[in-house]
Design a protein around this ligand. Structure first.
Ligand SMILES: [Zn+2]
Length: 303
């Protein structure tokens, strides 16, 4: 990205992830909180899923953050389900998704129940997103980089309506609740992104020396053990894995525990690398998606 002219800070894309909801509500009521941080760009605030926020639920009819693929947005008829309508609306205001979008950068603030700290999720190798996120891993002791490469047009995430996006995934926090320390740290982090965008527009961020970062790249999702042919889950996250996001996982390590106390070790699939690093371990919202965790591959890079 050459210049960042338009930035959208989003909260409530999932209605019960309240750090982003309250952050955007606070900034809407007190524009002085953010208005001076990146004067070279137009900064907009949005509460993405108003209905889900009202219900204090992730979504009303459908996960809004799974409704922004080009195919979903291109549907001609007015969708029955609220979130598909809302996705089209947000795409009209901040998009249209694709090369002619009005928005250069979306910062979408989420929470997770997993022990992931301040997880900065990049969907593409955008130079600003890489640079700024690398700086934040130095400034915040619990910040991590998760690279989830996405084919932009097919990707269902709100952030992909912009040219570049960072999904800030903060946890552990119970969905539907707030945590004061997490709120304050998250606000500081989002503010830093805006300041770094200003630094980028002045051409200064580009001149900083490269920063060594650990990059956790999406490998594959892993479901809970289930009986063949379907049925309820047969095991829970193993205590040696629960809460240990980003830690190494190798063949034979305990992974799940059954309801009668039997340990189930991790078995690699033929293409799996020797060492994987699970994240989103036990994320409550992913039980319905049958995801027990996402497996990532860790690399050391200079950003
Ligand atoms: Zn979320």
């Amino acid at each position: 990205m050459s210049l960042i002219n338009t930035i959208v800070v989003a909260g409530g894309t999932h209605g019960n992830e309240r750090t982003g909801v309250s952050l955007v509500q606070k900034w809407m009521a007190n524009p002085e909180c953010y208005s001076a941080l990146c004067k070279s760009a137009k900064v907009d605030l949005v509460l993405s899923n108003l209905e889900a926020m009202r219900l204090n639920r992730r979504y009303r009819d459908h996960d809004l953050n799974r409704a922004f693929s080009q195919t979903c947005l291109d549907v001609k008829a007015v969708p029955q389900q609220y979130e598909f309508r809302r996705a089209k609306e947000l795409n009209e205001i901040y998009g249209p998704k694709g090369p002619n979008t009005k928005t250069d950068l979306i910062l979408d603030v989420h929470n997770t129940g997993s022990n992931m700290g301040y997880c900065l999720i990049l969907s593409a190798r955008d130079p600003f997103c890489m640079r700024a996120s690398a700086v934040l891993t130095q400034e915040f002791k619990n910040a991590w980089i998760y690279y989830q490469p996405e084919e932009r047009s097919a990707s269902p995430y709100f952030g992909t309506v912009a040219k570049a996006d960072i999904c800030i995934e903060i946890g552990p926090q119970h969905h539907g609740t707030l945590n004061a320390l997490i709120f304050e740290e998250s606000e500081r982090l989002v503010k830093r992104y805006l300041e770094l965008a200003e630094e980028w527009n002045r051409g200064e961020l580009q001149k900083r020396p490269p920063i060594k970062v650990d990059v956790y790249t999406q490998w594959r999702d892993l479901g809970y053990p289930k009986p063949q042919g379907g049925g309820p889950i047969q095991a829970m996250i193993h205590p040696e894995v629960f809460g240990y996001d980003y830690r190494e996982l190798r063949e034979g390590d305990n992974l799940f525990r059954t309801f009668d106390g039997k340990d189930i070790p991790f078995k690699r699939e033929p293409n799996d690398p020797e060492v994987l690093h699970p994240i989103f371990i036990n994320e409550p919202a992913y039980y319905e998606k049958d995801i027990a965790m996402s497996l990532t591959v860790k690399t050391e890079e200079e950003w």
